[in-house]
Write a protein that binds this ligand. Structure first.
Ligand code: UDP
Length: 353
């Protein structure tokens, strides 16, 4: 059995939605490792919580999410940085652990890696974002081969060290998601409301088809959200807020399909497997993580990236897909059991070599 220290993202507290899919990944992985009898401590910014798992919370100011910045942005920490405070805590408790796992996509934990005596594994939750982070990551992976995990090959391919990444995928607790074979007319859009997610494309498509669209998720950029409202004043959309997993799966299950329209290379897209688990097919751009998840013509449609007519055509054909195939794919490929096996194998290699 391993003793593992999880270091969370520092752009938001766990449970806030600011961290995006990595929040769910931490919850699910921690839950599965504890079930297997490993010892685990999760360290995260103050205000954080996980379901049935204690969290050590640390005070301080949050990091600015890196995806909002340009590629040449300098390395930046706020005064009284929560990221720095969290890693100071890790330094003090490191000898109690076999392994530290970093979930923050930030320069500092990579930079600090050689200064620690306990090994650090880095789970990277986004594609390449800035020159500075690519450079520090590249230097760390040369020195510590095998220590980087990612969600998908498409994500790994954005980095100059793609071939050195362990592809670990993602998973959900399938028992929390109910299959719904009897959907209503609405489509769903789900995730952080931020420019890289290009919600406007989904709104433009339903503005043409007249299909109602329910939007779920954290409004991370209020100006961006208002602009979409001004550009499409008559679109048939309804904002339903940021929901807990329990409520989200209830609402999502009622939808005919999930629209995924990211402009960036989505590292994975946890929302895709949540939809599949509810029996909801996915209409996604053929780009990044979703293109590795969706079985085109079976559990969804992959559409030419940034093509509104492509989305419209897929919406018109959605009822051709069997919802039971979606749930089956989730059960076959995205269970916590297989995720736990992949991570356990990776941790075992790092701890025992
Ligand atoms: N989410 C949620 N409630 C909502 C909308 C979204 O809990 O109302 C969560 C969802 O479960 C998923 C995350 O937000 O885990 C979005 O993650 P994803 O991997 O799709 O994208 P990211 O934000 O990491 O780019």
């Amino acid at each position: 059995m391993f003793k593992i220290l999880f270091m969370s993202t520092s752009v938001g507290s766990l449970g806030s939605g600011q961290g995006g899919g990595v929040e769910l990944t931490i919850q699910n992985l921690a839950q599965e490792l504890l079930r297997r009898g490993h010892q685990l401590e999760v360290v995260a910014p103050s205000g954080s919580w996980l379901t049935d798992i204690p969290v050590t919370t640390i005070e301080g100011n949050l990091q600015v999410p890196v995806q909002t910045q340009s590629r040449d942005v300098p390395i930046c920490l706020p005064d009284n940085s929560v990221l720095a405070n969290m890693w100071d805590y890790a330094r003090r408790v490191q000898h109690q652990y076999d392994l530290i796992v970093n979930f923050a996509f930030d320069w500092l934990p990579f930079y600090l890696t050689p200064f620690f005596e306990t090994s650090i594994a880095h789970f990277i939750s986004m594609g390449s974002m800035t020159e500075a982070s690519d450079r520090i990551m590249h230097s760390v992976i040369r020195q510590y081969p095998g220590t980087f995990g990612v969600y998908t090959q498409a994500q790994a391919d954005t980095f100059p060290f793609a071939q050195d990444c362990e592809i670990l995928g993602s998973a959900i607790d399938l028992s929390l998601y109910q299959f719904n074979h009897n959907p209503e007319a609405s489509l769903a859009w789900l995730g952080r409301i931020a420019p890289e997610k290009a919600l406007e494309d989904a709104v433009a498509a339903v503005n043409l088809t007249g299909t109602p669209l329910k939007i779920f998720g954290k409004i991370q950029h209020p100006d961006y959200w208002s602009q979409i409202g001004r550009n499409f004043p008559d679109a048939p959309v309804e904002y339903r807020g940021f929901l807990s997993t329990e409520k989200l799966q209830q609402e999502l299950g009622k939808c005919r399909a999930l629209l995924m329209t990211p402009r960036w290379i989505e590292a994975f897209g946890n929302v895709a497997i949540e939809a599949l688990a509810c029996g909801v097919p996915i209409i996604a751009y053929r780009r990044g993580g979703p293109s590795e998840i969706v079985r085109d013509g079976k559990t969804g449609f992959l559409v030419e990236p940034d093509s509104i007519p492509g989305l419209v055509k897929a919406i018109e054909q959605i009822d051709r897909l069997e919802r039971s195939a979606c749930r089956q794919q989730a059960e076959a490929e995205y269970s916590l059991l297989s995720l736990g096996d992949r991570f356990e194998t990776w941790f075992d290699k790092l701890i025992n070599n």
